[in-house]
Design a protein around this ligand. Structure first.
Ligand SMILES: NC(=O)c1ccc[n+]([C@@H]2O[C@H](COP(=O)([O-])OP(=O)(O)OC[C@H]3O[C@@H](n4cnc5c(N)ncnc54)[C@H](O)[C@@H]3O)[C@@H](O)[C@H]2O)c1
Length: 358
């Protein structure tokens, strides 16, 4: 009899990725998410991560890469379409993270319950001729709804916002969390890592170095002139002519548009974005684990400028953002760029705040 019950339980675990046990989920430290229920495949303890928009162009490769991350023990894939297929596919990978799929608004809260990290690539991408701001009307509503779910079911999670326009969607999430009384500015981060990844790549090409050895701080925001690569602070130390500086700055600022045009209507950056999102999520998880010296750029609540949000170099730790670094000495070209960036950023931030307060 006991043996029969064990077998039933084992079968239930094997099929759990498509039939998550919703009834016994609880908020925060959910007992149902403890090892015996979720960690069907064993492996070392890790973090619980949810991807919202997991069936999309970014979501799918992002889910694939997060499934290979040894710091992840539970991976929840949520979307409004196609999650069963993506979940079934990814769940066959022989890595230790247990994958569960959730589809549609009525499963959002179950997808979020007890998560340590929530990554949001949900929304529509750009088509040629569109700016990131043109996406505002659709994506603002999506990010608002998802943030309401987070406030309810995993208010202490670190949140990585990818959905554009990041310069407005991060303030939207902040306003939702403030309304719910759960806002912790250290835990809300807009993902600008793709700008850094591009900057590292393009600068390494110019210098003839391995991109993995190059570190370019990119500050400001994540759209056009708000993307401000600080080429005077590149590691390893180097210098550029004015012509090189202008070329590199423009290529980094327009990297997204370069991909949108090359894809000719089929969307925006997805593969390099998934890589960048995973690089950033991994840094957040290493911070949560307590690793020292985890420093990346992100769009966060900040007092580095007079604006309420600004992308800066931040140190990540057990509570999310533990330190925000000042901009350091800027050259004249960067100072002019900073003023332009701040002007545009102010409008985008206000637009996000107004969307929730209206
Ligand atoms: N931060 C960055 O650097 C960066 C870079 C590239 C793209 N993006 C942005 O990422 C977003 C996604 O891009 P993509 O190429 O993956 O788009 P996509 O259309 O391929 O995928 C988006 C996914 O979101 C899902 N979705 C829509 N509404 C949803 C909802 N309410 N809840 C959950 N999921 C929902 C869709 O079903 C789809 O699967 C876009 O806003 C894009 O502009 C950001």
């Amino acid at each position: 009899m006991q043996q029969g019950a064990d077998i039933q339980q084992r079968i239930a675990r094997i099929s759990a990725h498509l039939n998550p046990p919703t009834n016994h989920f609880q908020v925060e430290g959910a007992s149902s998410l403890l090892r015996d229920v979720c960690r069907a495949k064993g492996g070392s303890p890790g973090f619980k991560v949810a991807i919202l928009g997991a069936a999309g162009g970014i979501g799918q490769p992002l889910a694939l890469l997060m499934k290979t991350n040894p710091l992840v023990s539970v991976l929840h894939l949520y979307d409004v379409v196609n999650t069963p297929g993506v979940t079934s596919d990814i769940s066959h990978m022989d890595t230790s993270a247990v994958v569960r799929g959730f589809m549609g608004q009525n499963q959002l809260e179950d997808a979020l319950t007890g998560m340590d990290l929530v990554i949001i690539p949900a929304g529509v991408p750009r088509k040629p001729g569109m700016t990131r701001d043109d996406l505002f009307n659709i994506n603002a509503g999506i990010v608002k709804t998802l943030s309401e779910g987070i406030a309810k079911r995993c208010p202490k999670a670190i949140v990585n916002v990818i959905s554009n326009p990041v310069n407005s969607t991060v303030p939207i999430a902040a306003e939702v969390f403030k309304k719910a009384g759960t806002y912790d500015p250290k835990r809300l981060l807009g993902v600008t890592m793709l700008d850094v990844v591009r900057a590292n790549t393009f600068v390494a090409e110019v210098l003839g170095l391995d991109p993995r050895e190059v570190n370019v701080p990119v500050v400001g925001g994540h759209a056009g002139v708000t993307i401000l690569p600080l080429l005077s602070q590149v590691q390893p130390a180097c210098s550029f002519t004015q012509e090189e500086t202008e070329y590199l700055t423009s290529r980094i600022q327009n990297g997204g548009t370069e991909v949108v045009e090359a894809k000719a209507g089929a969307g925006s950056a997805t593969l390099s974005m998934a890589y960048a999102a995973v690089k950033f999520a991994d840094a957040c998880l290493r911070g949560l684990r307590g690793d020292a010296g985890v420093v990346e750029c992100a769009f966060v609540s900040s007092q580095v400028t007079e604006l309420p949000f600004f992308a800066s170099r931040v140190r990540l730790g057990r509570n999310g953002v533990e330190e925000i670094y000042t901009l350091g000495p800027l050259n004249e070209y960067e100072r002019v760029g900073l003023e332009k960036a701040k002007k545009e950023l102010a409008g985008s931030i206000d637009k996000g705040v107004a969307f929730v307060r209206k």
